[in-house]
Each structure stands twice: as C-alpha cells, then as structure tokens.
Design a protein around this ligand. Structure first.
Ligand code: ARG
Length: 292
C-alpha cells in the first residue's frame, strides 16, 4: 500500500497510509452457525483463561451473545442456530464444531474429554440440515478454531489442540492446500486466537504466538499482514470475524481497530467479556457455512 511521509508535531517523520490509496471494501453475505450460551459456564479448565472459581454470569453472556448475533443480522448475514446441550458449557463456541468448505463438512474431534460430545452433536446438525458430504475424522481437530480458510487455502494450527496429522486429513478431504502453523503460547491455544482472516488474501496475526519457522512462513505468504501488538492479542483482538468489510472484534483491541480502519475496513467493537472467561470471543462463537 502506498504511504505518505508525515511530519509529527515533535518533528519526527512517521508513515501513515495515504487515505486516497485505501482499498474499497466489499462485504460478502455469509451464512453462519451459532449456539446460544444457555448452558454456558466455566466448570472446568482446559486453557489458561478458564478458572471455575471466578464465577460466570450466564444471563450476561446471553445478552452479549445476542448482541453479536443481532449485529450479524443487521449486516445482512444469515444466522442458523444449533440447540445448546446441557452439560456442554463450551458448546457456545460454534467455530470448534466443524469446518465447512464447498458444502463439505469436516467434523471436529476434540482433544479434551469435557468437549468430546460436541463433535457428534455438531455433525448431527449438518446431517439434519441436508449436508451430504460429511467426514468423521480420524485425528483430533477442533474445527475452525484451528482450521482457517483464506481464499482457496487453509491455514492450520497445531501445538495445543489439533493434531498435525489432521492437517493432511483436511487437505485430502477438501482438496485445498493446507499450511501448518505451530502455536507456542498457551494463551493462544487455538489458531483463531492468534490469527484472523480479513479477506480472501489478507490476515492479521500476532507473530509471538508462533514458532520462528511458522512466523517466517506467514511472513512469506502474507508480507502485508496486519501485525497485532501484544496488548491487542492479549485482549483477544485476533478472535475476529470479517465479512470482507466489517470486522467484529473485542472492543478492547483499540490498536487493531485503528490499523483496520487505515486499511479501509470498518471495525466494530463488541463486548463478550463473559465468554472471555472461557477463553473465547467473537470468532469462537461463529462457524461459517461455506456452502457450494
Ligand atoms: N473453553 C473453550 C476451549 O478451551 C474455548 C474455545 C474457544 N474457541 C475458539 N474457537 N478458540 O476449548
């Protein structure tokens, strides 16, 4: 992107994107699957954000979640809902339920016993909604938590949850190139907590969440990516949903919002503070139904 040099009041020179060079962003209407947090709670701990003794407010979680769902509808997206199941408090994190590309459903198989029942529950939803090509996978993968689609490529996380063998399984199933990325920071245990897809060829990410080799791979694939600060990454700012124009992300991620605006996106801050107590936010609650 072209940049102009600007003289700051202190006399130093810094570079800001030239507003005239900002790309015009077009939103693409999406079909999304969400799960109402009716049975949401933090009753166990499978990531460093979760502390069952802190207490959660399910009514507040519901209101915050409804706000996100309403925003999607206001933006013109359609939202399907899967019925929440009692005893599966993390089922609200629909992104983990499967990966859907070209109408093909790659089922999720969870790492922790607390969540294993969610995999078949989500797969059943797809069976009941007319999806014909479904795969119950051999290896552990936590859906779009670790398998992110960027155009016709899949970025796949491993290190904490998804088994690296699931990456090859996904490549065979979808027939799309899969790039493996290794996560190293337990607070960024899923790829969608460290990297977000903005458009068919743009991403934003937090380099420190990855091994040096994965960082180098990301740099070579996406040299112009938006780079998140430690502060924005810690605020879960990368757990974002983009329709190509509007980017929904946690309100607290102020730096990312400014960077997105400078690139012509429209960031929309949302408050999902209750769900953050389970280590989840906007993207975690949202599964994209990429139908054929
Ligand atoms: N408590 C859930 C877990 O640890 C949170 C999942 C968040 N989902 C996501 N797509 N990152 O599995």
């Amino acid at each position: 992107m072209p940049v102009t040099d600007t003289i700051s009041p202190t006399g130093s020179t810094y570079r800001v994107p030239d507003p005239a060079a900002r790309p015009v962003r077009t939103a693409v209407r999406r079909r999304l699957l969400m799960c109402r947090p009716r049975h949401y709670d933090v009753t166990y701990s499978i990531n460093p954000w979760m502390n069952p003794s802190h207490g959660t407010d399910t009514a507040l979680a519901l209101r915050q979640w409804e706000r996100v769902r309403d925003l999607y509808l206001e933006l013109g997206h359609s939202v399907e809902e899967i019925s929440p199941i009692e005893g599966l408090p993390d089922m609200v994190f629909a992104a983990n339920g499967a990966t859907v590309i070209d109408g093909k459903v790659f089922g999720a198989r969870f790492r922790h016993a607390e969540r294993t029942a969610e995999g078949p529950a989500y797969l059943r939803w797809f069976e009941e909604h007319g999806y014909q090509e479904l795969l119950w996978p051999e290896h552990i993968n936590e859906g779009e938590g670790d398998l992110l689609t960027v155009g016709r490529r899949i970025l796949a996380g491993t290190g904490f949850r998804t088994d690296i063998r699931a990456h090859a399984e996904a490549q065979e199933f979808f027939g799309l190139p899969v790039t493996s990325l290794t996560l190293v920071n337990p607070r960024h245990y899923h790829l969608d907590t460290a990297l977000a897809v903005l458009s068919d060829d743009e991403i934003m990410y937090y380099p420190e969440a990855f091994t040096p080799g994965s960082r180098a791979a990301l740099r070579s694939l996406f040299p112009d990516a938006v780079i998140a600060s430690a502060e924005d990454a810690a605020a879960f700012g990368l757990n974002a949903f983009s329709d190509g124009r509007h980017v929904l992300l946690p309100t607290a991620a102020k730096g990312l919002q400014a960077q997105l605006r400078a690139r012509g996106f429209e960031p929309i801050g949302v408050e999902l503070t209750e769900l953050l107590k389970a280590g989840g936010s906007v993207k975690c609650c949202t599964l994209e139904l990429r139908d054929r």
